[in-house]
Ligand binder design. Structure first.
Ligand code: MV4
Length: 479
């Protein structure tokens, strides 16, 4: 493999190109008019303008990107996450044009893009799943009986949904029909597919996902778990690896289940298998994401691997360079997604220019960044500016480093989720490891964050005052 086109922008485009460069592979960037000056464009060996700012006029134009790839003799396309990364037709079009798609085969993307097809595919592998229906609901009266058997509350999910899209809680039987009607028409509108199914509602779960990797020679490994329960409206904000609740036994059971999910769809490349973990530590398969995920760095750190390098090797037909027995967890890693959003104002997008933009640095700190001082945050794309990642021997060390790194990260001109990161790192529930997917809803408010910051500021002031007084005393000692 000599040349890779990265069909993405921002931090992930840079992150992929850095590994390509390390491997001696040339890189091609594509960009929209608003991204002309972006770091990913400057970093690449070649860069091609593909269209206007809106994604559907640039980063989503699969055919145009393939044309660019062909004209520049590109061997492979890395799709990053979002955009074309889980588009089975795009993966197929790449192959038809003799370009390697760095990701799974379209077949696996299609199966996992349908929750019902996914459940069906894993059927013979004994994967634990939440009690519910495994076929699209056609008869509402029948479904109501099943729901009553499962017990309320239940959840209606759209088969074509995922990541929290197209879900509806039904608290009691009397609401079942009306909620079902709504769920179906929503699914038709949002996905063009009205297939829905029901599941028992797991009330206070943790969201734990397993990183898997497979090559084209039938080898499968998992790279342990990521804890992703700190999320807001299905948008993850803080992730970590390993999870503080998994025992070695549970970890290897979930890892094995994840590998089986990958086997069930002949998976190739890097993928993530999502599970819910209930309060009794039962785990249930939810869905598989057939891309490299935003939060992959925490897995890289605790396993000492480069997942993009593995993706490229596997896409090139090479065998995975390690087996399951070679993998172990070392240390602890945390990731904070730094969004251009204002946590004091309901996380509304904060538009503006990065007047000051200085990254924290030092041992145990990694920043996967896509911006530079003076740049504007475009409104057309996801508002994530960077990922702040810290790591140490222990979870406490990673948390302390995160607080330090947040305070060393100098961003002026826009509001960001950095202060939210401090809030999380200082919260007792987070520090103790005793939290679930309701953390933000349960504990966070703008008021509480302000109070916490005032308290911290007071403590800092008192410490400074004490130092000052101590020094004064010393100065006054007569000699
Ligand atoms: C659930 C659930 C409770 N019970 N399924 C949300 C994202 C999608 N992957 C599945 N999701 C959920 N499915 C059952 N049967 C709760 C969630 C859920 C959730 C899951 C992971 C992370 C955050 C979440 C926030 C709200 C709901």
């Amino acid at each position: 493999m000599k040349k890779i086109l990265v069909a993405n922008r921002g931090e992930i485009a840079l992150r992929v190109m850095k590994t390509a460069k390390k491997m001696g592979i040339k890189t091609v960037a594509v960009y929209s008019t608003i991204d002309r000056q972006s770091p990913h464009v400057k970093f690449a060996d070649e860069a091609v303008l593909i269209g206007e700012a809106p994604s559907n006029k640039s980063y989503l134009l699969g055919n145009k990107i393939i044309e660019v790839a062909k004209s520049l003799n590109v061997d492979a396309i890395h799709p990053g996450y979002g955009f074309l990364s889980e588009n089975a037709d795009f993966a197929e079009a790449c192959e038809q044009n003799n370009i390697i798609f760095i990701g799974p085969k379209s077949h696996a993307i299609r199966i996992m893009g349908s929750k019902l097809a996914a459940k069906d595919a894993v059927k013979s592998y004994n994967i634990p799943m939440v009690p519910g229906t495994d076929e699209a609901i056609t008869d509402i009266a029948d479904a109501k009986k099943i729901a009553a058997n499962i017990g309320f509350p239940i959840l209606i999910k759209a088969s074509a949904g995922g990541g929290g899209k197209g879900m509806r809680i039904v608290e009691k039987e009397s609401e079942f029909e009306s909620q079902m009607d709504r769920a179906i028409s929503e699914a038709v509108n949002a996905f063009g597919d009205g297939s829905v199914f029901i599941e028992k509602y797991v009330a206070s779960p943790r969201h734990i996902e397993i990183q898997v990797m497979a090559d084209t020679h039938g080898n499968y490994i998992h790279l342990f778990e990521r804890e992703c329960s700190i999320q807001r409206r299905h948008q993850k904000v803080v992730e970590e690896a390993p999870s503080s609740v998994l025992t070695p036994e549970l970890r290897s059971k979930m890892g094995e289940a994840a590998v089986n999910v990958a086997k069930a769809c002949d998976y190739v490349g890097a993928g993530t298998v999502e599970f819910l973990l209930d309060e009794h530590h039962n785990f249930y398969f939810l869905e598989m994401n057939t891309r490299l995920q935003v939060e992959h760095p925490v897995s890289e750190i605790i396993t000492n691997t480069d997942l993009v390098e593995l993706q490229i090797k596997v896409a090139n037909g090479e065998k995975l360079p390690m087996q399951q027995k070679d993998l172990k967890i070392t240390g602890h890693a945390l990731e904070l997604r730094v969004y251009a959003e204002d946590p004091l104002n309901d996380f509304l997008p904060s538009v503006g220019t990065l007047e000051t933009y200085k990254l924290p640095e030092g041992k145990g700190i990694r920043v996967d960044n896509g911006f530079e001082e003076g740049m504007e945050i475009p409104i057309y794309y996801d508002p994530m500016i960077s990922k702040l990642i810290t790591y140490g021997n222990t979870r406490d060390e990673a948390i302390s480093l995160m607080k330090q790194a947040i305070s060393d990260y100098d961003i002026k001109g826009i509001e960001t989720t950095l202060p939210f990161g401090t809030f999380v790192c200082e919260h007792d529930a987070f520090r103790s490891g005793n939290f679930d997917t309701h953390f933000v809803k349960k504990y966070f408010s703008a008021e509480k964050m302000k109070l916490q910051h005032e308290k911290e500021a007071k403590i800092a002031a008192l410490i400074a005052l004490k130092h000052f007084n101590d020094e004064e005393k010393q100065l006054r000692v007569p000699n």
